[in-house]
Design a protein around this ligand. Structure first.
Ligand SMILES: NC(=O)c1ccc[n+]([C@@H]2O[C@H](COP(=O)([O-])OP(=O)(O)OC[C@H]3O[C@@H](n4cnc5c(N)ncnc54)[C@H](OP(=O)(O)O)[C@@H]3O)[C@@H](O)[C@H]2O)c1
Length: 339
């Protein structure tokens, strides 16, 4: 693959200078624009959003993850994977995207973003971009990507949710949860959302048929049985959560971060993995980005069946605050960044 340097050379980017609290390690700097390969597209970033892998990479905790991300300092300096923006330059082999197109997609490459989207420009493989639906903002489009694809894979492909399925979403008011509630409804399911008191009406407004207030009720002790449980919080051991599944029901454990600390989350994940080995009723979901998923997401956004609730939009220069907001684990929908 030929790697060429883009013609104009620099841009503003939020550079991660070490591991730690976002306000101490994320600095806006003038850096070189990333090089663009034959199959790549350079996008003028109009919006991006924050996901769990971003804040985990920024804090560098748990330390064991630094074995992969860089022991002393992060190998990847610019974080962020979700993107919506305007095409600036295309690689020599890209024939179906043109400069000036409005696109959305992801720089996600299985672990972290290379080169990253918390910047004025990013470079993304062409097959990880599609046309942005005209009826959504750049912020909504960007914020839909990782959370929406994760929710789509969980509901449609892993959970095989369809008309009449009874689905419970734990963590229904967060980034993945809000989109999962709407996708499950679009697939015809009866949906129960678990959230705190202040978010119950919000979760209902997304289409949930029933809500459970986790501050007063433990859903694992509830009467109903569910065909699919998407657990974005994992504040109960997976063996306990499984007790409210139907005999053929499916538990989808999907959290390492937003309850009880990262180590606790990793341990619960390990227990779920053990359970998954001996059972077809437990399956993980892994976000992958390709045009099939992006097109499916775009169709849901275009039809209005899925709307992207944005809790707060930050400017690129305030990316550290956006990441800190996610670290609080109580975002209501998505946290967006305008570049
Ligand atoms: N599998 C994948 O590829 C993949 C991709 C992306 C994300 N994820 C995982 O998905 C999980 C959710 O991500 P996210 O972006 O949705 O996180 P998030 O936006 O930070 O989730 C915040 C939400 O969690 C809720 N919450 C916190 N404690 C809760 C509790 N005890 N019970 C119920 N809800 C609770 C909060 O609701 P209240 O404010 O009402 O408390 C808030 O709305 C993360 O753990 C992440 O690791 C996985």
């Amino acid at each position: 693959m030929t790697i060429t340097k883009s013609t104009t050379s620099t841009m503003k980017a939020v550079v991660q200078v070490g591991y730690g609290p976002p306000d101490q390690v994320l600095k806006m700097q003038e850096v070189d624009r990333p090089p663009i390969g034959d199959d790549n597209v350079m996008v003028r970033v109009r919006a991006t959003s924050v996901n769990t892998p971003d804040w985990i990479a920024v804090t560098g905790i748990p330390y064991i993850l630094r074995l992969q991300s860089g022991l002393r300092r992060p190998k990847t300096q610019v974080r962020g994977t979700d993107v919506a923006g305007v095409v600036e330059v295309v690689g020599t082999k890209v024939t179906d995207i043109r400069p000036g197109d409005e696109v959305f997609g992801s720089a996600w490459a299985g672990s972290q973003a290379t080169p990253g989207t918390f910047a004025e420009f990013t470079v993304v493989p062409a097959n990880q971009l599609v046309a942005k639906p005209l009826n959504v903002t750049f912020e909504e489009a960007a914020a839909s990507v990782m959370s929406g694809i994760t929710a789509l894979i969980a509901m449609r492909d892993v959970g095989k949710v369809g008309p009449g399925s009874h689905v419970l979403i734990n963590g229904a008011s967060g980034g993945v949860g809000t989109l999962a509630v709407q996708i499950a409804k679009a697939l015809g399911a009866e949906v129960t959302g678990v959230a705190s008191t202040k978010n119950l009406e919000f979760v209902r407004s997304l289409g949930a048929d029933h809500v459970i207030d986790y501050t007063t009720e433990d859903f694992t002790l509830s009467e109903p049985r569910y065909d699919v449980i998407l657990d974005n919080v994992m504040n109960h051991p997976p063996s306990v959560t499984s007790k409210v599944l139907t005999p053929t029901g499916m538990l989808i454990p999907n959290s390492i971060g937003n309850s009880g600390g990262l180590m606790a989350g990793l341990l619960r994940g390990a227990r779920a993995a053990l359970l998954a080995r001996g059972s077809t009723n437990v399956q993980f979901v892994k976000c992958e980005v390709n045009r099939e998923y992006l097109d499916a997401l775009a169709t849901l956004l275009r039809s209005g069946e899925v709307k992207v609730p944005i809790d707060k939009t930050y400017q690129l220069g305030d990316t550290a605050d956006a990441v800190a907001h996610m670290l609080g684990h109580h975002a209501r929908g998505k946290v967006a960044i305008r570049a």
